[in-house]
Design a protein around this ligand. Structure first.
Ligand SMILES: Nc1nc2c(c(=O)[nH]1)N[C@H]1C(S)=C(S)[C@@H](COP(=O)(O)OP(=O)(O)OC[C@H]3O[C@@H](n4cnc5c(=O)[nH]c(N)nc54)[C@H](O)[C@@H]3O)O[C@H]1N2
Ligand SMILES: Nc1nc2c(c(=O)[nH]1)N[C@H]1C(S)=C(S)[C@@H](COP(=O)(O)OP(=O)(O)OC[C@H]3O[C@@H](n4cnc5c(=O)[nH]c(N)nc54)[C@H](O)[C@@H]3O)O[C@H]1N2
Ligand code: SF4
Ligand SMILES: [Mo]
Length: 727
């Protein structure tokens, strides 16, 4: 036997792919160890997937130095032994033909030419120093999609330069939702106690499409336990295999449905008096306001029959406190509408009336672990940043950890921002209308993108710096919260294939050196990782051996949680919301854009094999899309009949902003009057041969307007026309 390793602790339970596979969501053949073993020198390395922000634990197996397979890590709380299809697809990134292999610089004619790292760092450094001298640190900004090393190094880099302008993708994901939950509960998110729940209502969240393997498994367990699982969605999504009810709803009116449920609970005295009296502020004001939101009122807005709303409210009251409105993620109120922030507050209010906060089977608020202080000589502290982050004054309700990245777009337009860095972010294609991002970035003096491929954002940059791919690098420890606490780490499983690529830490250290702040980056990623891990009682060596380590800090118990709001109570009213000029009492806010006669609502959603914009060019995943025509626009059969459109026909979709053609999937699974577009398609980088021009990008259709208070992108505030394109 030629294997030089045995199956180690981190593989425990890795064969447990069954739950996901039986849900029909992602059935990839588990790896056969013996086959690989027969082939040569087998090495297994624990690491973390980078296919999406879940960063599931994985075990990579190489044979003679070449990646053979990846499997979900048995003990990782998100993978629980299973990776989703994207995890398998993105593992191939190292060998992808679409990779960036050396630094690139934009030429005068808009093309790109190779440049050495030294020259790129030097030129970027000079431009940054010029911007600092002329306009100060406020003119610099960085946008990053939080990754284990990325979130540390991008913040340290921009802060070292004296700028507070660091943002994530959240304004195009879950900013409104998390900001709303924060105003009500003090936490940014919550989870449902699926193992014990009797009833859960999903508001436009699809575990079967927007996947995290552990979530699919826990929902499957709830379904097996006989829980009632309600999907409120304008389309019947792929969680349907585990659901008991589909409530088709008019997009952007979930807030009306939820307020009417609250109305029934309050007016019929079905709410939890103890919780409301002991643990809440503002209930009397809320109760007075909610009296007008009757099921009949809601029916006219959201098009769900009043008696169905009443039945849902009664069923929830019956199941309480072992039930909850689930917290959702993006589509319905993460960043979609003018009322997304408020919808999140209403979700929290319903859970409060049900008394489900902290209860078995209810809505749980858990904690997250953190690294402690590390040696200040080796890892020097930065001077305090004096400047305020751009956007925070106009959008005071946006979560402080993320901010609104659209402040950068606005800043480029009005000249306050002149230098922009992107790390692991394709803002141009996904955070607002691409044409508007391109126009804004064209005004900046310096745009630098750190990516693994020529993304649409890279194309809008002066310099493109190639990172080595995920399984070729080590990153800082990733701390994972929940009922239990863990720390895991990304280790390199294969040698770097292209010597001219660098890892996140190396790139930021090089940039910092060139910009005159190199003294803050004089350590290796492994040194910092070890120092951080020592503060929680473990080490790089232990993680390399075990893959993941549980930390003793969680201390979760059922019972009313400590609400970390300014009032230390659950807040039906919020002073911060009042200060932002909005209604402090949780209530109704309408959506902004209404289709005129003959127009449609347009909604989007994930597909199990793609992540946002980044996986579309990967050979295996793109091939699956093409085999099944997954780029198609979903249209209700009755609408298709009225327009004379048959399955597979091509239509032109147009909004005030954009027009484009796509073929149609005619279906009974979408509400009449609503069109559903998968969100991954419509690539426009000519360097991505498979993604370029395949399908439509929903963001092209969306007017640029920001949600009041939080500054989210309002990704579904649009009305579209459709006409059949004659062959
Ligand atoms: N059109 C469209 N827009 C969207 C979405 C969508 O589905 N479609 N989804 C929305 C949501 S929910 C979110 S969370 C955001 C996500 O927005 P982003 O976080 O920006 O995600 P992606 O659009 O996938 O772009 C990620 C970029 O990182 C690059 N990348 C991948 N691996 C690496 C790596 O190892 N290192 C580096 N440096 N770069 C890497 C990819 O090539 C890609 O260009 O987008 C939002 N906007
Ligand atoms: N496959 C895959 N999984 C992912 C990701 C990915 O890119 N691909 N990304 C991860 C990330 S960053 C995110 S944010 C999550 C997103 O996770 P989700 O929010 O669950 O994802 P979506 O598929 O965008 O939306 C879910 C459903 O919302 C419905 N919907 C749209 N508009 C409305 C509305 O107005 N009201 C209601 N009630 N429903 C509506 C859609 O029809 C869709 O079925 O997924 C995570 N997991
Ligand atoms: S959910 Fe899928 S793509 Fe995301 S980290 Fe986990 S395995 Fe990777
Ligand atoms: Mo997201």
């Amino acid at each position: 036997m030629s294997s030089n390793t045995t199956r180690r602790g981190f593989l425990k339970g890795a064969a447990a792919t069954a739950a996901v596979a039986t849900a029909g969501i992602c059935a990839l053949a588990p790896w056969r160890h013996s086959e690989a073993e027969a082939a040569g020198n087998v090495v297994q390395t624990p690491s973390l997937c980078n296919g999406c922000s879940s960063k599931c634990g994985l075990v990579a197996t190489t044979v003679d130095g070449k990646l053979k397979t990846v499997e979900g890590m048995g003990d990782h709380p998100y993978s629980k032994g299973t990776l989703c299809g994207r995890g398998h697809g993105t593992a191939q990134w190292a060998y992808s033909d679409g990779r960036l292999t050396q630094p690139m610089k934009r030429t005068a004619d808009g093309g790109f030419e190779p440049i050495s790292w030294d020259a790129a760092f030097e030129e970027i450094g000079q431009t940054v120093k010029g911007i600092l001298a002329e306009s100060g640190p406020e003119a610099l900004a960085i946008i990053q999609d939080p990754r284990p090393s990325g979130k540390y190094y991008s913040k340290r880099f921009i802060n070292a330069l004296g700028s507070a302008n660091i943002y994530t993708h959240a304004a195009a994901c879950n900013l409104s939702k998390e900001s709303g939950i924060q105003q009500a509960t003090g936490a940014q998110n919550f989870s449902v106690d699926f193992g014990n729940t009797k009833m859960v209502v999903f508001i436009g969240r699809s575990y079967g499409d927007g996947i995290r393997p552990s979530s699919v498994k826990s929902l499957a367990q709830a379904a097996d336990n006989g829980a009632r699982i309600v999907l409120v969605d304008p389309r019947l999504n792929n969680t349907n295999v585990m659901a008991t009810d589909w409530v088709p709803i008019k997009p952007g009116f979930d807030i009306a449905l939820l307020l009417a449920i609250a109305n029934v609970l309050v007016t019929e005295d079905l709410y939890d008096h103890d919780f409301v009296e002991e643990s809440c502020v503002g209930f009397p004001e809320f109760a007075q306001q909610v009296a007008q939101y009757t099921p009949e009122w809601a029916e006219k807005l959201c098009d769900v029959p009043a008696d169905r709303i009443t039945e849902l409210a009664h069923a929830l009251a019956e199941a309480a406190p072992a039930c909850a409105i689930e917290s959702s993620w993006r589509a319905a109120f993460g960043c979609a509408y003018q009322n997304s922030f408020e919808t999140a507050r209403v979700v929290c209010a319903v859970n409060a009336l049900l008394g489900s906060w902290g209860q078995k089977g209810g809505a749980l608020i858990t904690s997250s672990p953190k690294t402690g202080e590390v040696d200040e000589v080796k890892f020097p502290k930065l001077p305090k940043v004096q400047a305020k982050r751009l956007g925070d004054t106009e959008y005071p309700l946006a979560l402080s950890g993320t901010g609104t990245n659209l402040a950068v777009l606005n800043g480029c337009n009005d000249g306050t921002v002149q230098g922009v860095f992107f790390y692991n972010s394709n803002a141009v294609q996904g955070y607002a209308q691409p044409a508007k991002w391109r126009e804004a970035l064209a005004k900046a003096k310096l745009v630098v993108t750190i990516d693994v491929q020529m993304s649409e954002t890279a194309l809008a940059s002066h310099y493109v710096l190639p990172e080595c791919t995920v399984l070729e690098r080590m990153e800082l420890p990733e701390f994972i919260g929940g009922k239990k606490h863990y720390v895991a780490m990304r280790f390199p499983a294969i040698e770097r294939i292209y010597p001219d690529t660098k890892s996140c830490d190396e790139i930021f250290a090089g940039l910092a050196q060139a910009c005159g702040v190199g003294q803050y980056f004089d350590f290796t990623v492994e040194e910092l990782a070890d120092a951080q891990l020592a503060t929680v009682g473990t080490s790089v060596a232990e993680l390399r051996e075990k893959g993941i380590v549980e930390l003793p800090t969680a201390k979760f118990e059922y019972g009313t949680p400590a609400f970390k709001t300014p009032t230390e109570k659950f807040q039906f009213t919020s002073q911060a919301v009042a200060d932002a000029g909005l209604n402090p009492v949780i209530g109704y806010v309408p959506r902004l854009v209404e289709p005129a006669e003959g127009e449609f609502y347009l909604v989007g959603g994930k597909q199990s094999i793609h992540s946002h914009t980044m996986t579309l060019n990967l050979e295996a995943l793109n091939a699956i899309s093409r085999e099944h025509d997954m780029q198609r626009l979903w249209m209700a059969a009755s609408d298709a009949a009225a327009l004379g459109v048959a399955d597979g026909d091509t239509v032109e979709v147009s909004s005030s902003e954009h027009a484009g053609q796509v073929s149609v999937k005619v279906t009974e699974r979408v509400k009449p009057g609503v069109l559903f577009l998968p969100t991954h398609y419509g690539g426009s980088s000519q360097y991505q041969s498979r993604a370029n021009g395949y399908g439509l990008n929903m963001m092209d259709f969306i007017p640029l307007h920001l949600e009041p208070g939080v500054g989210s992108t309002m990704s579904q505030e649009v009305a579209v026309k459709v006409r059949k394109v004659e062959a």
